[in-house]
Design a protein around this ligand. Structure first.
Ligand SMILES: *Cc1c(COP(=O)(O)O)cnc(C)c1O
Length: 473
C-alpha cells in the first residue's frame, strides 16, 4: 500500500465506522456464532503474497463482524460496559497513526505531560484529594497488582525485590467475599499465596463487615501472621456494594495496614458530588483505582491508578539499565517506573479528548441520567408482582429475579431465571448477564452504554416482562 492508497482506504474506513455506529441497533447485540465457526473460515496458513485491502475488508465484514458482540449497542446491559464515544474513537485513530511508544518522558514528552495533567483533572473531577498522584494503567487488575506489590515492598523495607519471598514472614491480605476475582489473581502473582487472602464476611447489602475484618486481623496476629493490606471495594462487581470505607480506614490505621480502594466501575459515578459519600475517608487510603474504560466513555483500555506515595511506587518498579538513562533523569516522570510494563501506549490522548469534548457537565449529565433511569427501573421491578430486587441499587446496576407467585424454592427459581436469561439473550435485542447473591441466581442489568436513552431501558424491561410471561404459559 502506498500513501495515496492509504488515504483512500482511511476515508472508506471512516465511512464504515460512522455507518456501523449509526446502524448498530440493526446488529444482534450478542454474537450468535458457535465455538469454532470463525476459525474454520480462516485459512490455516498465512498468505505468501500481499492481498488487496478490498478483499481484507470483505472478510472483515463477512467473517469477523458476525463473530463480534456489539458492546456499543444500546441493548448491551451485560457485565459492565466498556464504552467508547466519538471523541475517544477519534483520539484512538490519531494515537494509532502516530504509533508512539511512551515509556519515558523523552520518548514523547507530550504523552507524559498530558498524562500528568489529565490525571490531575480526573482526580479533581471525582473529588480525590490533591495529595494523590495518578498514572494510567491498562486495567484495574494491573493497578491492584501494583498496589499489592508496593505494599509488600514497603512492609519488607524493599527486601523482597532483592531477596525474594524465601524465609519472609507470612503476610495476609483482606478483601470481602464479594470482591473482584482480580484480587485473588493479584495475590497469587505477587507471591503472597491465595491461602493467605482472607475473604471477609458481608452484610445483607453485600458490603464488608468491619467487625469481621477486625476479628480476622486479630486472629491472624495471634497466629504469627503479618497482616499486610486491605482491598476495599467501592462498587463490587456482583451488585455494586459499597464497603464502609471510613470504618475500614480506622482499622487499617490501628494495625498499620496498606489500604487499596477498588472502584473500577463505580469510580466514574464520583463525577457527581451527591455520590461522594462512597469514598468518605479516602484521604487515609494508600491507593485507588477506577476505569474510565468502563463507564467514562473512553475506549478500552484506560485505568486510572492513584497513589498517595509515588516514591514508594517508583521505588518498587524502578529499573535503570544503561540504555534507558536520559539526561533529564529525575526531573521528569518516566511512567515506565510507575507500573509493570516498560512499553506504554499513549492512552492519555483519548481521555483528554473525552473530557474536553463532553466537558465535566456533559459527563455528569450522562452518568446522572443512567443512575436516574436505573432508579426508575428499580421502582418498576419492585412494583411488579412477579419480580423482586435482590440487592440495593446504589448506582445503575440492577440485580433482580423473576419470582412468580407460589414459587419459593431456590433451586426452582434459579433454574427459572437461568432459562429466562437464555431466552432474553436469544432475542438478539438485549444482552444481560447474571450473578449469584446469597445462593440466589440473579439477573444483572447494567445501565451505562454511551448512547443509551430512557426508551432503550423501558424497551428492555418490556421485553423482560413479555419473555417471562411466555415462559409462565
Ligand atoms: C471490572 C472490575 C475489575 C477488573 O477490571 P479490569 O480493568 O478488567 O482488570 C476489578 N474490580 C472491580 C470491582 C471491577 O468491577
Amino acid at each position: 500500500m502506498n500513501i495515496k492508497e492509504f488515504r483512500k482506504h482511511a476515508h472508506e474506513a471512516a465511512d464504515w465506522m460512522a455507518d456501523y455506529l449509526d446502524h448498530i441497533e440493526q446488529y444482534p447485540v450478542k454474537s450468535e456464532v458457535t465455538p469454532g465457526d470463525i476459525i474454520k473460515k480462516l485459512p490455516e496458513t498465512p498468505p505468501q503474497k500481499g492481498e488487496s485491502m478490498k478483499s481484507i475488508m470483505e472478510d472483515f465484514k463477512h467473517i469477523i463482524l458476525p463473530g463480534m458482540t456489539h458492546w456499543q449497542h444500546p441493548g448491551f446491559f451485560a457485565y459492565f460496559n466498556a464504552n467508547n464515544s466519538y471523541p475517544s474513537i477519534l483520539a484512538e485513530m490519531l494515537t494509532a497513526t502516530m504509533g508512539a511508544q511512551c515509556m519515558s518522558w523523552v520518548t514523547s514528552p507530550a504523552a507524559t505531560e498530558l498524562e500528568e495533567r489529565v490525571m490531575q483533572w480526573t482526580a479533581k473531577m471525582i473529588g480525590l484529594p490533591t495529595t494523590f498522584s495518578g498514572v494510567i494503567q491498562d486495567t484495574a487488575s494491573s493497578a491492584t497488582l501494583c498496589s499489592l506489590l508496593t505494599a509488600r515492598e514497603k512492609q519488607s523495607d524493599y527486601r523482597i525485590n532483592d531477596q525474594g519471598l524465601y524465609g519472609m514472614k507470612k503476610f495476609t491480605v483482606y478483601c470481602s467475599q464479594e470482591a473482584h476475582s482480580s484480587i485473588e489473581k493479584d495475590v497469587k502473582i505477587a507471591g503472597l499465596g491465595k491461602d493467605n487472602l482472607r475473604k471477609i464476611e458481608v452484610d445483607k447489602d453485600f458490603a464488608m463487615i468491619p467487625r469481621a475484618l477486625e476479628e480476622k486481623i486479630q486472629s491472624d496476629l495471634k497466629n504469627n501472621r503479618v497482616p499486610l493490606a486491605v482491598v476495599a471495594a467501592v462498587g463490587t462487581t456482583g451488585s455494586t456494594a459499597i464497603d464502609p470505607l471510613k470504618d475500614i480506614t480506622e482499622i487499617c490505621l490501628r494495625h498499620n495496614l496498606w489500604l487499596h480502594v477498588d472502584a473500577a466501575y463505580a469510580g466514574t459515578a464520583l463525577l457527581l458530588p451527591e455520590t461522594r459519600w462512597m469514598i468518605r475517608g479516602i484521604e487515609m487510603a494508600d491507593s485507588f483505582v477506577f476505569n474510565p474504560h468502563k463507564w467514562m466513555f473512553t475506549n478500552f483500555d484506560c485505568s486510572a491508578y492513584y497513589v498517595k506515595n509515588k516514591e514508594a511506587l517508583i521505588r518498587t518498579f524502578e529499573i535503570l539499565p544503561e540504555y534507558l538513562k536520559t539526561k533529564e533523569g529525575q526531573q521528569v516522570n518516566n511512567y515506565r517506573d510507575w507500573g509493570i510494563q516498560l512499553g506504554r501506549r499513549f492512552r492519555a490522548l483519548k481521555l483528554w479528548f473525552v473530557i474536553r469534548n463532553f466537558g465535566v457537565k456533559g459527563l455528569q449529565q450522562k452518568i446522572r441520567d443512567h443512575i436516574q433511569w436505573a432508579q426508575e427501573l428499580k421502582k418498576e421491578i419492585e412494583d411488579a408482582d412477579d419480580f423482586e430486587m435482590l440487592a440495593p441499587t446504589p448506582l445503575a446496576t440492577l440485580c433482580f429475579r423473576y419470582k412468580p407467585k407460589g414459587i419459593d424454592d431456590t433451586t426452582t427459581l434459579n433454574k427459572l431465571n437461568a432459562d429466562l436469561l437464555d431466552r432474553l439473550n436469544q432475542s438478539n435485542q438485549i444482552y444481560i448477564t447474571h450473578t449469584k447473591l446469597d445462593g440466589k441466581y440473579s439477573l444483572r442489568l447494567v445501565i451505562g452504554q454511551t448512547n443509551l436513552t430512557r426508551k432503550h431501558v423501558s424497551d428492555a424491561w418490556k421485553l423482560i416482562c413479555k419473555t417471562s410471561k411466555k415462559y409462565g404459559d
